[in-house]
Design a protein around this ligand. Structure first.
Ligand code: GMT
Length: 372
């Protein structure tokens, strides 16, 4: 198949899923064309049969907000025609699904099938805002196929937008051959061999509740020798830095900034924390699990479809600092327990291996093309 993929190219789960999906499809002899304003960050080296098409944006003084979604539609239509795409698969509904709908109208309805993958905040936080609600509902209904990254997200989409059409749940995935413990526990300068390492990776938005991680870590470090690695950057950074200082944790919290390769960091970690206000799937948690790192994650959303409470980690109310602290100390203070949970996490991650999940996308593409 010839498949177009549009996603946000920057740091964020939906862009990671879209890029890894494209690379895996190309390995299976499909031809993949990324269409976005920038080359996706995980598309950092040459891959056979993977192409990138940049969306050109016109600056004009009248435009306070340059209309990216329109330029994207035009570029999509051009690539559908020039590359003879079979499918255009867009990740994150806003604005990609609406742009794809317009592109389909430009090239003619019979010339392309549009598949939209819903990722999370495009439904729970952004798409349901009154300024976007109608266009989100419309573009979901008008897509030829829709996938959701968890059952939670499918149900939330149906309830929030009153969607009646079929939507396929296809979970996110990880390449467990790449994301694995390599035994090379190379310490960062600031980390000592007997430190328990807690890690969080995100784009530091309020939904991630990083303040709760700091409070839990404060309790952890009263019980065990520990360091906290915060990986990523975003709007909450200043607030988090001052909370860390206020709690006297400056020498124990390490701000790593954005990192392209997180595997070495997961390899020195003992616990991953993701106590978000809502998490539709929690891809970063799955990547940690694949590296034998147990997870303490939120009970709000789809993370409980990934982490088995008490086995591969703990699912907690993200407001319940006491329970999360207790769970974290239970993992870290007992090495035998931690290793056992880490192995269980790896075993669980294998259920979401890219080998199994990519085939589900390919089957779904075929179904949509056949008009089932
Ligand atoms: O919200 C984010 O952290 C980014 C966002 C995205 O679309 O880039 O992540 C969402 O999609 C990921 C990939 O499917 C999921 O693993 C995340 O759980 C989801 N985030 C939320 O639901 C908050």
């Amino acid at each position: 198949m010839k498949i177009g993929i549009t996603c946000y190219p920057t740091y964020g789960g939906s862009g990671v899923v879209a890029t890894e999906l494209g690379i895996e499809l190309a390995k299976r002899d499909h031809e993949v064309h990324f269409i976005s304003y920038e080359q996706p960050f995980r598309l950092d080296k040459f891959h056979k049969s993977v192409y990138f098409h940049e969306v050109e944006m016109l600056e004009y003084p009248l435009f306070k907000y340059p209309p990216y979604s329109l330029s994207l539609s035009v570029r999509m239509a051009q690539i559908i025609k020039s590359e003879k795409l079979d499918i255009l698969h867009v990740h994150y509904a806003i604005p990609h699904a609406a742009s794809a709908y317009l592109a389909k109208k430009i090239v003619g309805d019979d010339n392309i099938k549009i598949i939209t993958t819903l990722h999370g905040t495009d439904i729970t936080l952004v798409g349901n805002h009154h300024s976007f609600f109608d266009i989100t509902k419309f573009s979901i209904e008008k897509s030829d196929g829709v996938t959701c990254v968890s059952n939670f997200l499918k149900k939330t989409t149906e309830e929030t937008f009153g969607i009646k059409r079929g939507m396929e749940v296809i979970y996110n995935f990880v390449d467990t051959e790449v994301y694995k413990k390599n035994g090379n526990r190379k310490y960062l300068d600031m980390i000592e061999p007997d430190d328990n390492v807690v890690i969080h990776i995100s784009n530091f938005r309020p939904v991630k509740r990083i303040g709760s991680i700091i409070k839990v870590f404060c309790n952890i470090s009263k019980k065990v020798k520990a360091k906290l690695l915060l990986v990523g950057d975003g709007p909450e950074m200043c607030k988090i830095r001052s909370l860390v200082s206020k709690l006297g944790l400056d020498d124990r919290v390490i701000f790593m900034g954005r990192q392209d390769d997180i595997i070495p960091l997961l390899n020195i970690s003992d616990l991953y924390m993701l106590p978000s206000k809502s998490e539709s799937f929690g891809l970063s948690a799955l990547e940690a699990m694949s590296c034998e790192v147990p997870v303490i994650g939120t009970s709000f959303g789809g993370l409980k479809e990934v982490v088995e409470h008490g086995i591969s980690g703990f699912i907690c109310d993200p407001d319940d600092i006491k329970s999360m602290s207790k769970a974290a100390v239970a993992v870290l203070a007992n090495k035998k327990n931690r290793v056992k949970m880490g192995l269980a996490a790896r075993k669980r991650a294998k259920k979401f291996d890219s080998k199994n999940i990519i085939d589900k996308y390919v089957d779904y593409y075929k179904e949509v093309l056949e008009g089932k």
